[in-house]
Design a protein around this ligand. Sequence first.
Ligand code: ACO
Length: 331
Amino acid sequence: MSMAKQRRVAIVGTGSYLPERVLTNADLEKIVDTTDEWIRTRTGILERRLARGDEVTSDMAAAAASRALESAGIAPTEVDLILVATITPDMPFPSTACYVQDKIGATNAFCMDVSAACSGFIYAMESARAHILAGGVKTALVIGAEKLSSVMDWEDRATCVLFGDGAGAVVLRESTDGRGILSSFMGSDGSLSHLLNLPGGGSRYPASEQTLKDRLHCIKMTGNEVFKHAVRCMCDAGNRALDRCGLTEDDVRWIVPHQANLRIIQAIASRLGGSIERFIVNLDKVGNVSGASIPLALDEAVRDGRVKPGDKVLLVAFGGGFTWGAMLVEM
Ligand code: ACO
């Protein structure tokens, strides 16, 4: 079968949303025992955005989704599937995707959330692709959206300096010209779940006075352990995705990594992508926005003209679970 005849799924629109309020490293110096110098040199983050108290994950997701649909020239009623990757849903159920459906008027869609922490967006893209290729879905909206400020332990300096709020979205349709998702690779390792999680509020530790006292409703992370696995798994996933379509890193124009830490991105660059110049980096302005991180960075780079039609872009992510994945997309 020739390459042109292979059925593929393409990104036909992108959008994103960032809340207005900026929290700088100087602001954090007033909240916990930290310094701008430590945060900058250990993470590369200079500031992050915080949602308003009354602004929930589905509000940000809906704003990003509307922009993505607008850029694709597709009406909300044409959407058949909405997937929201998030670890900060509006509530445990119903899904945040159902709230998004209502907010944007996508009355013909079926809707669900995807739980894979910082890898959630790539996992959701892979799922939407499968639905489209299976034939039941023509147009899918894939959204990464997080209000991480709602699960932050503002007394834990090791985590509260890292995260931010925001949303990004893409519209997927079957490709008409051979461009689109060329390959992917996904992995998980549940035996390392304890290194990065949010323990409270589920069936293991239902909300109680004790879980509140133990701060179990906040993100817990063993940062330096996560760091090592993140570098190894993202490099491995990137290489395997390239192998699967017979390409090498030289064929890739841009790499959009999960934005957790500039040192992680530099380590990946030295092992995988060669030059850091080929990496789209926005964590200095937004911090780690978990599932929203990749679509936020991608939309920014599409809108400012860095990512152009025809560019091969490699998305790579790693997150709680552990979960990881890579996806090669011809835009
Ligand atoms: N300000 C000042 N000092 C701090 C701060 C802070 N904000 N946070 C930690 N420190 C201290 C620690 O207490 C420790 O002090 P000690 O040596 O006296 O014990 C020291 O700094 C070093 O701590 P480490 O945790 O070893 O620092 P490290 O260089 O590993 O950086 C970081 C920490 C930024 C968290 C890093 O490990 C990291 O980025 N990890 C990966 C994060 C990631 O990829 N997450 C995945 C996705 S997230 C998701 O799925 C939701």
